[in-house]
Design a protein around this ligand. Structure first.
Ligand code: MOS
Length: 761
């Protein structure tokens, strides 16, 4: 058995019993059942192989050397000592690196690019950010590689660098577009309406840098075959674009490249684009003519993988006594670099959440000499909802209207800026259900006390857009009554395989135990990247189209001797492991019977979903209401989140267990964003100072209360299977709900994240 076969087998071998489950007549629909994750068993047994764990023959190990200055040139790089260290096989710097083509930038609107930055990779002496990889050490062991990395001596000619966000804000520029959307939208005259408003708020909010800390740091194993074709095991959210991009970098055909990535230990957007480590690993393998493993250290992830940009946002709201918004302004600045193009879309929520007579939304950017910023769970929407939903709360106090009621008053009947209908929107219902279940009881600020603890409640709206992209799948139905679904999807722990098995089982009329799902391999049909919460909806559409095709082919195989003879696709339904007449339930035939009669072992089809035209016709988003209770120690200023309830409106929920877990994970990450996480950045050196989990504080168990999750479970009639992605919405609104609760508890409004005790007292 080849290595590749073994890998696919581990991916598939979840089924607890080898006997196919019986086909029952009164089968419960697998959609909406809390099926445990099909990969869970392998993971808890430690048998799920992550990228760095693949056992390839005779591997060498790589470590990176990072620049310690922000900008300039390498004047001298002395590797003589490092070269002599034990076990060192090669040291590659810009002076001896093989020629590699410049990487293609990732473009969210499409194309083959995957790179987070379009800078040449290790081809020149120039340094563009503090932490840029400047040498790769390849050695017999990881320890030797890391030891040798410390022995490389570098002298730099430094140049003036732009690293101060605050200093550059005054000269911020308007970018061409924000993920293909206009950077600015004006409806009416918002500034004049604000001036004239009877009630108003107008404030600045700021959010810091945040860095990615997935459990699994980025890792790659690269294996060249005769210098002509390349296999990479890589921790990625973007299998196909990574394949095209690496092929272009090394000047080989995409067909000669295979990316394998069945398990990813969390991505959150940090593995959505290609960072230098992947290309450098493949380069190192070429140089030493051996497979190479490159596991980026935790510190390394801080140095070479971007995160959330700092932001400064203005939100101004004007309203009459009735609470109706006459002006809504959301503007501000984020940072990018000259070598990427990702203005974080913090104004997107303001474009779709509230009716207002006059609108102004606008975003600007400054270019800093840093690692490229990137997607981080609900990029834009998470920081944007912090500002917007804090401001709504502030206005509610001005108006003396309950904050939930104020949101209801301004609930739009159609998209406020696009002038199209919503495909689905039950936010008011989510608030009603949430308020009841949570026990919403909003008292005056600083009026609730429990011993030394000030207690407050806060609420905020969660919002994330709906995205779907074209997706291709292959489905095989075998004569033994089992089916295999294949597409190059990504499993980062969110339940991708589980929900697609449920979905395919439903469409094929088979028990879930008879359906397997193969994914995480660029040799499989092309599916989109796992980002923008698109993956589930996209793959549902691709798999649905493919199942229709394979069933049509099966029907075409039935001859005159079949009970299905003469029936058209429109006349049949798929259930109980076969095809049946809609009109006459007794008329039908199992897959096994059809295939056996024609003497075929299986029937297989490949098909591609339609274009996501629903996104053009409708305003499509997911919504939610975040409720929390916080307790603040009056003596120390310590903030504790004591209760949480998230009430979501995200279309049809495929699996309550995996969905609840996704929502909860988002909320946990939001609690970190609100209270503890912050990248400390030295503006003199342009260097991240807290590049470790000891100093960059992600929430731990004691920081997180029980999180209750409810959802409307109302299908979106305009989305395939009624389904919306849910990976990102959980984090949105969280920081605002906490800031609003902190105000309710203390009477102090914090407009600068994270909300640490020094800001409170
Ligand atoms: Mo998401 S931040 O697009 O992985």
């Amino acid at each position: 058995m080849s290595d590749m076969q073994k890998i696919m087998e581990t991916v598939m071998q979840y089924a607890p019993d080898k006997e196919p489950a019986p086909l029952s007549q009164n089968r419960r629909s697998p959609i909406g059942t809390p099926l445990s994750r099909v990969d869970g068993r392998l993971k808890v047994k430690g048998e799920a192989l992550f990228s760095a764990e693949y056992n390839v023959e005779n591997p060498a190990y790589a470590a990176l050397v990072y620049s310690s200055v922000t900008k300039g040139k390498i004047a001298k790089i002395d590797v003589s000592k490092a070269e002599k260290a034990d076990g060192v096989l090669a040291i590659v710097t810009y002076e001896n690196a093989p020629k590699m083509n410049d990487p293609l930038l990732f473009n969210p609107s499409g194309g083959d690019g995957s790179a987070a930055s379009d800078l040449p990779i290790l081809q020149e002496a120039d340094v563009h950010w503090n932490g840029q990889p400047i040498a790769v050490i390849v050695a017999e062991t990881q320890d030797s590689a890391e030891e040798a990395a410390t022995l490389v001596k570098v002298e730099y000619e430094t140049a003036e660098a732009e690293v101060s966000f605050d200093a550059l804000k005054k000269i911020a520029k308007t970018p061409e577009n924000i993920l293909g959307e206009p950077p600015e939208i004006k409806i009416g005259d918002a500034e004049n309406a604000l001036d004239a408003a009877e009630f108003k708020v107008d404030n600045l909010y700021s959010t810091p840098r945040y860095n990615h800390n997935a459990i699994e740091p980025h890792a790659t194993v690269a294996v060249w075959h005769d210098d002509e074709s390349l296999t990479v095991f890589d921790s990625t959210q973007c299998i196909h674009n990574l394949r095209y991009t690496l092929a272009a970098i090394f000047g080989i055909q995409p067909e000669a490249l295979r990316v394998i990535s069945p398990f990813v230990g969390g991505g959150f957007g940090g593995k959505g684009t290609m960072w230098w480590n992947t290309a450098l690993c493949a380069m190192a393998a070429k140089v030493v003519s051996r497979p190479v493993k490159l596991s980026v250290s935790r510190e390394g992830v801080f140095r070479i993988v971007g995160g959330r940009t700092p932001s400064e946002q203005r939100v101004a709201l004007g309203a009459g006594k009735d609470g109706k918004f006459t002006a809504l302004i959301h503007s501000g600045i984020t940072a990018t670099t000259t070598h990427n193009n990702f203005p974080e879309q913090f104004t997107f929520p303001a474009r779709h959440l509230y009716a207002a007579e006059n609108f102004y939304v606008g975003q600007k950017v400054v270019n800093l000499d840093t690692v490229a910023n990137t997607f981080m769970r609900a990029p834009g929407e998470s920081i944007g909802t912090f500002a917007l939903e804090s401001a709504i709360d502030e206005l509610a106090y001005e108006l003396k209207i309950d904050p939930i009621e104020l949101r209801r008053i301004n609930e739009p009947t159609k998209d406020p800026v696009r002038d199209v209908a919503f495909s689905m929107r039950n936010l008011t219902l989510a608030y009603q259900r949430g308020a009841e279940k949570f026990g919403w009881n909003h008292q005056a600020p600083r009026s609730q006390k429990d011993g030394k603890w000030l207690v407050g409640q806060g609420v905020a709206t969660a919002y994330y857009p709906y995205y779907r992209f074209v997706s291709t799948a292959r489905v095989r139905i075998s004569a033994d009554g089992t089916a295999v679904v294949q597409t190059s999807a990504h499993e980062m722990g969110m339940g991708t395989a589980t929900v697609q098995i449920q979905h395919a089982a439903e469409r094929l009329g088979l028990p879930v135990e008879r359906v397997s799902f193969e994914y995480g391999d660029s040799n499989l049909p092309q599916a989109p990247f796992a980002g923008g919460s698109n993956q589930t909806a996209s793959n549902i559409a691709g798999i649905a189209a493919t199942i229709e095709k394979v069933v049509r082919e099966l029907l075409a195989l039935t001859g005159d001797d079949s009970p299905l003879s003469g029936l058209k696709y429109e006349d049949i339904e798929v259930r109980d492991g076969g095809i049946f007449s809609k009109k006459d339930a007794s008329k039908g035939e199992t897959y096994t019977s059809i295939l056996q009669r024609v003497g075929q072992k299986y029937v297989e089809a490949e098909a591609t979903s339609g274009e996501p035209s629903e996104m053009m016709e409708y305003s499509m988003g997911s919504y939610g209401a975040q409720f929390c209770e916080v307790r603040i120690n009056e003596e120390t200023g310590e903030v504790r989140v004591s209760r949480w309830l998230g009430s979501f409106d995200c279309g049809k929920i495929l699996n309550p267990k995996t969905a609840t877990s996704q929502f909860r994970g988002g909320i946990v990450m939001g609690i970190g964003m609100a209270l503890t996480e912050e990248t400390l950045f030295d503006e003199r050196k342009g260097r991240i100072m807290n590049a470790s989990l000891a100093e960059y504080h992600v929430p731990v168990n004691l920081d997180v209360p029980h999180i209750e999750i409810i959802y409307n479970d109302i299908p979106d009639k305009h989305a395939p299977s009624g389904v919306h992605g849910i990976g990102e919405i959980g984090i949105t609104g969280v920081a605002a709900a906490i800031a609003n609760a902190v105000f309710n508890a203390t009477g102090k409004r914090i407009r600068e994240l994270p909300i640490t005790l020094d800001k409170l007292f």
